[in-house]
Ligand binder design. Sequence first.
Ligand SMILES: Cc1cc2nc3c(=O)[nH]c(=O)nc-3n(C[C@H](O)[C@H](O)[C@H](O)COP(=O)(O)OP(=O)(O)OC[C@H]3O[C@@H](n4cnc5c(N)ncnc54)[C@H](O)[C@@H]3O)c2cc1C
Length: 391
Amino acid sequence: MDLNLTPSELQFRDELRTWLAANLPKNQPKPGASESDSAYLDFLREWQKTLFEGGWAGISWPKEYGGRGATLMEQAIFQEELAHANAPELIGTIGLALVGPTIIAMGTDEQKKYHLPKILSGEEIWCQGFSEPNAGSDLASLSTKAVLDGDHFVINGQKIWTSFAHFADWCLLLVRTDQDAAKHKGITCLLTDMHTEGISVRPLRMMSGDSAFNEVFFTDVRVPVSQVLGKINHGWTTAIAALMNERANLGSGLQVIFKRNLEALIACSKTLLRNGAPASQDPLARQKIAQIHIELEILGLNTMRALTSLKKTGIPGAEGSISKLYWSEMNQKLQQYAQEILGPYAQLSDFDDGIWSYGYLRARGNTIEAGTSEIQRNIIAERVLGLPKSY
Ligand SMILES: Cc1cc2nc3c(=O)[nH]c(=O)nc-3n(C[C@H](O)[C@H](O)[C@H](O)COP(=O)(O)OP(=O)(O)OC[C@H]3O[C@@H](n4cnc5c(N)ncnc54)[C@H](O)[C@@H]3O)c2cc1C
């Protein structure tokens, strides 16, 4: 893979830079704004709409589905430029990175026509209803039940840790539709309108103070059969495609946030005095900052490797698990180093708008969400290294 920019890529970058300079929101909320603050969420919805109207939403999606058909390199340039411009995060991440690509691969024409433009514009915010109290890593043990009644499924059960369910419009929902089949069979994936009667959402509070995920309860919820994504009782295949898209695509978006955090840490270390001199003069602090810089570069290269494999095969590969493992462990390291470099200040909620105290606590969830580190290591061991199963 040639990492030098071609003339057309340079043109793409300059066009994007010009657009960002003209369209970035002037009054961005303070860094560290909460994922459960409704004013912040409205701000992010508006930003997603601006990106869409400017033709910059879902840029790697095929043109026929409203994307830009961007190349891998353009996708990487896009992420870089958002980071450099200090652009807000993308609110529609689950829709853009996980649901949209899965609908493109497995959806009916009606589903594509209805949902894809709304995902791109931010009109539809999605959540992912996979995990249950007794089915996380062992997802196929899920027990939320859906029974066919005419042309609808009737759903009863509970999901947990459902990020963004408190404001999501739609949910990519996994349900058990055949009680007697083996556990990986008899599962169906449903595109579920979160405004349907019988769905109740109860926020859970994280140790960061945020309530960005929820318990979701389903009582006699009716979902039309036309909203099945993939085939009835073959939802495991749909779920795996969605999870692989999640692992392949999420890291590239997060890189934007990590770069910004590293830049903030560097800036802070130049002004904050430790033992009478700026923290940035401490050789150990400098080594830690350089280490994170290097790891971020590796993350970028590995993301491109995952995208290259995706382009060649059309299916996200196990490289996505490497990315997932890498970004989650790397962010925890970045947050840990920030605490060490900035010292006790980093734990104060009014120092640097609280980004360091919040970031440290929020990063603990990184090695759990989207598949735990233990599970990712198992996948890499089996599918990349060809080692035997551990159990
Ligand atoms: C911040 C956050 C956001 C989330 N958002 C969502 C969401 O939007 N939608 C959603 O559906 N879910 C979401 N989740 C849930 C997440 O996907 C699950 O928590 C995760 O898959 C782990 O499942 P579990 O919690 O049931 O833990 P368990 O599966 O009970 O695992 C407990 C521990 O045992 C280890 N373990 C389990 N099995 C094995 C094995 N075979 N080999 C080695 N170790 C093993 C795990 O790695 C873990 O360390 C979110 C979680 C977090 C923390």
